[in-house]
Design a protein around this ligand. Sequence first.
Ligand code: MSP
Length: 498
Amino acid sequence: MSNSFYITTPLYYVNGEAHLGHAYTTILADVLTRYHRLFGEKNVHFLTGLDEHGQKVSRAAASENKSPQDHCDQMAVLWKEVWKNLGIQYDDFIRTTEPRHEEVVTDILNEINKNDDIYQKEYEGWYSVYEERFFTEKDLIDGKDPILGRPVEKIKENNYFFRMSKYQDWLIDHYKNNPDAVIPSFRLNEVMGFLKQPLGDLCISRPKSRLDWGIPIPWDDEYVTYVWFDALINYYTATLAPPQGKTVIWPADYHIIGKDILTTHAVYWPIMLHAADRKPPRHILAHGWWLDKDAARMSKSDGNVVNPLDLAKKYGTDEFRYYLMREMVLGQDANFSEEGLVRRINSDLANDLGNLYSRLAKLWHKFDWGRLPQKGSYEDLIDEELNERILSLESRIKEEVINFRPHAAIEEIMQVVRGLNGHVEHWEPWKFTEDTLDLAFAMMGALDALYKVAELLEPVMPVKMAELKDRIYKGNQADRTMSPQLGKPLFPRINIKR
Ligand code: MSP
């Protein structure tokens, strides 16, 4: 058993602006991190960061008359601001231009080279600057990159190659022996399908004459390291040089990625590690894409991107996080629409959850239940089936989360919330004019169950659920002295303008 639980996001290209897909990947990692902490996992470590080398960065810096490093330094501040505004709490933020990373990349290159896994040859191919990778002539579709349809440039040069092909059989065996190394399983099937073809060797250098913004190839100062080879190593770097006071142990437990970068993570990366005599990651978790409401991929060039920060500002960070986690079935694509977001907030959060709390708090004050003795267990006043669901809720949520179904975990919690609303309607406390102890206890039972709900939703909505917990027990949950605070609605209803 390892004594760290290590979760990563991809390193985002430093140039870009954070879009919905980036926000989703990072929020998902944050939510899984918080759930694992809630479930008692010790030393959970969450890494994110920036991919700062390569042609794209060097071109962007030049167009702004800045040095690439200045450009990256300025962009890094903006990225950190984005994550702060989306409620992300990472343990480490790595940038590929940091010395700690450059050192590790240099060491790994030297090790692999020593094993004779690197050689030089002339190469001709079509390069996509956008994706920072080569395609062969036959890969192209209509003369463009076959994945995203972006322009490619013909390049012929002498480069260093990594003997990936040598490790193809090892990788196939590794996946046969570890079928949960890629999740969901249909993504592993894709990888295995890809591995049926002979694997080419990987071009891992760029001549400085074409690009000098990269980590130097240690034995040849005419070259820098290919940006993907450099960036993938970040996950390992962060274990050797974590921030002070933190420990993190290789291999990573979850690399969370989008399906578009599956090959680099599930083929190149494990082979790189194996060639350097390190263990492959335990699980690669590939999520689907966010598509627009007409099912088109969201991309800047198609003009259908949405800015996650604008959405979080308009509707609330926690509400936005809730929507992303509830709406996407991990592994599948999902459609984003602002109407869908508003509908979710109004139905789940304003109507079901927010309303349950405010009606209970109002009743409490109306009947002045605070003066009554408070007892610790109210189960007999909640119907048996609902009570069962409340008692088993935490273990069922854990089951869903560790099986990568956060949307289903949320849905189970919301079913309990709806059940509790039914419980209040069953008792009809508003019809009473005088005290009955049973009534008071039945409502305390509902509030206590709502506290459990808040605890279990806190990884998804950290600020709002901490507030709800605090309102129910006013910070006194340990001695179970309830004191539900009134105040503004937790989730105001959003009026939809037509
Ligand atoms: N820099 C590389 C990763 C290097 S990791 C060693 C990269 N960066 S990226 O900024 O382009 O994308 C990062 C993540 O955003 C990927 O996981 C990608 O899948 C995700 N998304 C980009 N567009 C997306 C959607 N439309 N929907 C969901 N996620 C998608 O790739």
